[in-house]
Write a protein that binds this ligand. Sequence first.
Ligand code: G6P
Ligand code: 1S3
Length: 679
Amino acid sequence: MAQTPRDVNNHILFEVATEVANRVGGIYSVLKSKAQVTTAEYGSAYTLLGPLNRQSAQVEVEEVEPKDPALAATIKSMNERGIKTLYGRWLIDGAPRVLLFDTSTGYGWLDEWKGDLWSVAGIPSPPGDSETNEAIVFGYIVAWFLGEYTFHEKKRAIIVQFHEWLAGVAVPLCKKRRIDVTTIFTTHATLLGRYLCAGSVDFYNNLQFFDVDAEAGKRGIYHRYCIERGAAHAADVFTTVSHITAYESEHLLKRKPDGVLPNGLNVKKFSATHEFQNLHQQAKVKINDFVRGHFYGHNDFDPENTLYFFTAGRYEYRNKGVDMFIESLARLNHRMKSDGSTTTVVAFIILPAQTQSLTVEALKGQAVIKSLHDTIKVIEENVGKKLFERSIAWNEGSELPEDKELLSASDKIMLRRRLFAMKRHGLPPIVTHNMVNDAEDPVLNQLRRCQLFNHPSDRVKVVFHPEFLNSANPVLPMDYDDFVRGTHLGVFSSYYEPWGYTPAECTVMGVPSITTNLSGFGCYMEELIENAQDYGIYIVDRRMKGVDDSVNQLTEYMFEFTKKSKRQRINQRNRTERLSDLLDWKRMGMEYVKARQLALRRAYPAAFNGEEEPDFFGSHEVKISRPLSEPGSPRDRSGMMTPGDFASLQEGLEGLSTEDYIAWKLPEEEDPDDYQFPL
Ligand code: G6P
Ligand code: 1S3
C-alpha cells in the first residue's frame, strides 16, 4: 500500500527475471523481443534486473554509468555493502538498461535469508537445492535494491514486474516489508503443470482435483511450489501468458490470474512484401545441400518434389508432443506409400540432448558430396576447354564433337572414383550425432519402434539433430531462423505449452505450422481466426479427442499438405505471413500496458479518484475472416483489435500515451501473379 502520493503518470518500470541478457529459454525471447516497444514507451525509466552471468554479460552488455541519481545512489550503497553489480545497456534492439547483480556476493547471508523467508512468508528451503538457493539470494538482493531505491526516489510511482518463480522470492518480501512499489507477477508455466504433464497423468481433465501440496511433495518440489504460489498471491497483479495457463494457474496456484499477457515477436518488415518467399527459396537450397549429403547413395528422390517438415524445442519428449509427431510420421509414411505418392517428406527433429560428437557418417556424407561437386567442377572446366578449342577449329565441313568425345578417360576415372565413394551398404542414418544415451533416448527408441529407418521405399525420411542449429556447424551450417525459412511446415504437437514461440516464429516467417489446442498460441489463433487452416495455422485437437484420434488428425493434416501444389504452397505462405502483425509486440504489448495500469490503480487508488477498476482484460469476439481467395462468404471483421478487449482498454487508458502500440489490420492479400515467381 502506498505511503506517499507518487506520480502514477510519470512512473518507473523494472522488470525482473533470471534470463536478462542470459539465454536460457523462453523468457529470454520474451524480454529481448519486447525490449524495443518497452524502451520506446519508457526510455530511461525502464530497467531490467537480473542475476549476473559474466560469460553472457561480456558479450551482451555494454557497461555504462547510471544517470538516474536514485539508481546511482542505490547501486553505490549496495556496492559498499559488498554486492557487486553491472549496470549497462543490453546490446539488442531497443538497447534497454540492465542492472545485473552478482549473486555470489550475497551468499554470505544465505542462511539468514532462508530463516527470514520461513518466518515472514512460511516458505521452507531445504538444503541441497542450489537452484532454490540462487532464487532466494537473488530475491533478497532485489528486495534490498527496491527498498533502497524507493527511499531515494520518492516522487514517482514504481512498477515492478517479476517473471517466473525463479524471480519470485522478492514479491512476498515487497509486500511484507511494505516497500512502496506496485508488483506484477507473470508466470510462463507452472512448476506443477510441467511436472504433472511430463508423467502419465490425464492433466486437463483432473486439474481441479489435484491435491497440489501432496503432488508437489511427491515430486520433491514443495519448497519451489511455495515460492511460486507465494509470489502469485502476494503480487498486486497476477498474470500469465495464455488462457490455458490461466486456467491451470487458477487450479494449481489457487489464484485466478487478473489477465493474460500473450507473447509477441519483434516483426521485421521487408521493403518488398514477397521478399520472405525469396528467402524461403534461398534457405531451402541450403537444406537441399545438407539432404543430398546426408542421403548420399540414396538420393533417389527429387528435391523439387521433397517437402521439409520439422519440430524443434526444449527436449521435453511428451510435453512438446514429440511422441505424437513421430507416431504421426509413421502413419503418414504408410498413407503416402499406399496412396502411391511420389512426394518425399524429410522430417527434422531438432531437440538439444546430450551428445558426444557428430557421427562419422554425417561428416562423411557432406564430404563425399563436396568431393563430387569439386570433381564435377574440374570436369566441367575440362569439357568447356575442349569444346572451346573444337569450336574455334570448326569450319563448315566439320562436325561438332559428340558428347562422349568431350569426356576424357581420366575425367571418367575421376568421376567413377567419386561415384564409388558414394556407395553405401547401410541406410542413411536417422541421427546426426553420437548420443550419450543412445540406447535409452526416447526419440531414437520411438523411431526404431516405428521403423522409420530411411529405407528407399519410405516416403517419410527422418533426421534427428540433437543439438541447436548454428551456421558454424560443419554438417548443417545454418542458423535456426534461416533453417525455419527453408522448411515447408513446422509441427509442434505439444501437450504442455503455455505459449509456444516456435509456431509463432514460423508464422512471422511465412511458414505454415501445426500446433494444438493445448498450446497457448494454438488457442489464441483459433480464437482469432476463422478457418485458421487457410492461413497455414493447423490446430490439432488434443483436448476433446483421444490420443489415437489426435494422431490421426495430425497425420491427415500432414497428408493433405503433401498433396498441395507448389502454387498452393506459395499462396498459403503468403497468407501465413499476412498474420505477422497479429503477433507483433506493437500489438501484443498492449496487454502489458493494461497490466501496468491495473497495478497502478491497485496500489495507488487515490491517484485514480477511487474510480472502479475497468475490466481491462475482458474478452472480445472479433475474428479474422476467411482469406478473400477462399470460397465462402468473407466477413471482413478485422480492424481495431488487441489481444484483449480494445474498447474497455481505451476507456481505461484515457490520457495515457500508447502511440508506440498499433491496432491491427489484415494486410491486403497479394496475388503471386502480381510478382513473377519461377514456379
Ligand atoms: C518461393 C520462391 C519461388 C519458389 C518457391 C518454392 O515462393 O520465391 O521462386 O519456386 O518458393 O516453393 P516450395 O514450396 O516448392 O519450396
Ligand atoms: C515457457 O518456456 P517453455 O518452452 O518451457 O515460456 C515461454 C515464454 O513465455 C513459452 O512460450 C513456453 O510455452 C513455456 O514453455
